[in-house]
Design a protein around this ligand. Sequence first.
Ligand code: SF4
Length: 243
Amino acid sequence: MIVPGCGQGESDGCAAFRRPASTAFPGDAARLRRWLRRGRVDARSFQRRVARCRLTDCRGMCCYDGAVVSWQTRRVLERLVIKAAEAFRALGLRLPAQSFVRLGWWPLQVHKTATRLHRFSAVIADYPAHFGDSACVFMLDDGRCGLQVLSVDRGLHPWHYKPTVCWMQPIKLATEPGFSVFLPRQDTDPSRHRGYPGYVEATACGCSRPGGEPASRVLDRELRFLGAVTGVPVRSQVGVVGP
Ligand code: SF4
């Protein structure tokens, strides 16, 4: 199972990121808090050099398979889809009757945003062959996340309605004992399996860039938000000091 999402940090105006951190998914934040208390951030993995993606180049490619969400998040967003139907239409989103799908069966079932046809391969040079020509139904045609845009339009923090896995991208939950979250390389990518060479390093925001900067610096916005919604000092765990 791929766990995709999209930082899209530059896409909706930096000023909105100065708004107080808030989330529509307190259950996810509580689970994340418990997970973070299991161990420390894998600070070494955040030394890998990356660069913040630009929507004009990446086009929202990390949204190609939609987002895995908790069932509570699915319920919140399903209600939002009904209540904010007009706002979504005004953004140009044509949401299907079912904006979410369920894969598998209890207790192993997974909830995910639905996807639609979207020809990333026609507009992105070197689009990964193992990524599909599809996109999350919440992605706008220009690659922005409709949930992020709606959050901004409502005067909220841009990631208020954005699923957890999406604003965390490319940071992933660690399963190594003693660690909580980490930045995967291709050989440590949890989504890697036979016939699928991985997700994080294949995305514009997660791939290694020799001329880039340490991820601890590039992903400071994600680390700040993670710390703010969980109350866990993750920035200091990756060695960031100061405000
Ligand atoms: S919810 Fe938004 S960020 Fe997440 S996959 Fe869909 S369009 Fe991308």
